[in-house]
Design a protein around this ligand. Structure first.
Ligand code: F3S
Length: 406
């Protein structure tokens, strides 16, 4: 792989061990994927901060890295952690202390402690065509598809290596010719709301796997939340890093432009397939639940406004734990606008920085989940041992109040 003199000096250790090790990771990745060179990037998003993925050894490793004086070279945001930074959840043992130490160590490397899977809601919004190195599957698919920035599906270590060097290997989705759609799904049914988009994403994701899907036939321009949850479902039920919606996403003004020179098969999706998407995400056996979690990916301000409106003047059932997840920026705005108080008056909790899947709700005795998140519905049954009901925010709030999934 061709390296500039400056890149060679980083690889030779002129900027210290952390940068040298980062360059070794990037060069090894580049060689695996036949990249001709490294390219400069505009931002990085580092994921994998959970204590589950780090363990104690990983926590001490990143603390040592921060103590060595290493600093990121480009604007770098952090993904979620497994604790609420406004007030400890009460997870057993040293979970909270260790989880917060991991977050702090990454901040000491110069990363922004915004801890969210939706940094693009918080002003860290890549522009069309910009090269970036982001981890977190739901964020990757959003910035590639909806913003037309360019990133591969980075893991935590490669995103951190990119942040510490300001470089990433030039391959995959950084190259325009690799971004054309490879299969078309033509939608013949109406889609209404975030839940329908999540179910559609789950259905397509399971079948398309790693291909780039083009979606045609969408009658109404989706909201940003619908696009976020569609992508999150595609990226979890499948491994999709980029999709196109004809007439909606920037690289798909027409079907022909979205597909480029690729030959593609067209598959029709109607009501029956959408229902199969819902079934895929429902693993709950009866109506009984004890846990409702909303905000995966983290809630936007508009979603918190909707929840506050739905729960106003109601009370969460005493048998239910209701958590709603967002980040410091949106939680602060929602506090000023009174949404947090309304939700808390009803008995719900709005967390900051937390990801349910990466935390341990099962350690609190919670057993059956209801959610509006296709990603949580995909991971929580296996990852947290929580059979899950999936549906709209309205269904989730009704379930929280009545204590039953209906
Ligand atoms: Fe975000 Fe965690 Fe869901 S990273 S998308 S809240 S699984």
């Amino acid at each position: 792989m061709k390296l500039s003199d400056y890149e060679k000096s980083m690889l030779d250790g002129k900027e210290g061990d952390a940068v040298r090790m980062s360059m070794e990771i990037l060069v090894a990745l580049g060689e695996i994927y036949d990249a001709e060179k490294l390219i400069e990037i505009n931002s990085a998003h580092v994921a994998g901060l959970s204590l589950k993925s780090h363990g104690i050894a990983g926590m001490e490793w990143v603390e040592d890295l921060a103590r060595s004086g290493a600093k990121v070279k480009i604007p770098t945001t952090l993904n979620v952690i497994g604790e609420d930074r406004t007030k400890h959840i009460g997870f057993p043992g040293d979970w909270s202390e260790h989880q917060l130490r991991i977050g702090k160590a990454y901040e000491n490397l110069g990363c922004f402690g915004t801890s969210s899977c939706v940094p693009y809601y918080l002003g860290f919004t890549p522009r069309f065509g910009q090269h970036i190195a982001w981890a977190e599957s739901s964020a990757i698919v959003y910035v590639n598809s909806v913003l037309a920035a360019r990133t591969n599906r980075e893991g935590g270590p490669s995103a951190l290596a990119a942040a510490l060097t300001g470089r990433t290997p030039y391959y995959g989705l950084h190259i325009k010719n690799n971004r054309y759609g490879q299969i078309c799904y033509h939608i013949t049914t109406d889609l209404s709301g975030v839940a329908d988009y999540g179910a559609l994403g789950a259905y397509i994701g399971k079948r398309v796997k790693t291909l780039i899907p083009i979606i045609s036939g969408i009658k109404r321009t989706p909201t940003k939340e619908e696009l976020v949850y569609f992508g999150a479902a595609l990226a979890s039920s499948g491994s999709v890093a980029l999709y196109h919606i004809v007439g909606v996403t920037p690289e798909a003004p027409t079907l022909e432009i979205a597909a480029g020179l690729n030959n593609y098969e067209t598959i029709t999706i109607g009501k029956k397939e959408l229902e199969q998407g819902y079934s895929q995400l429902n693993s709950g056996q009866d109506n009984a639940i004890d846990f409702v979690a909303i905000g995966c990916p983290h809630c936007s301000l508009e979603q918190l406004a909707e929840i506050a409106e739905l729960i106003k003047n109601k009370k969460v059932s005493p048998n239910i734990t209701l958590w709603i997840h967002t980040n410091v920026v949106i939680r602060t705005l929602a506090t000023q606008l009174g949404y947090i108080q309304t939700i808390e008056n009803a008995g719900g909790r709005v967390t900051q920085d937390l990801c349910v899947v990466l935390s341990i709700p099962e350690s609190l005795g919670l057993k059956r989940l209801a959610t509006n998140s296709p990603k949580m519905a995909f991971y929580a049954p296996g990852g947290n041992g929580l059979p899950t009901f999936y549906g709209s925010v309205k269904q989730c709030i009704n379930a929280a109040v009545s204590g039953l999934w209906q």
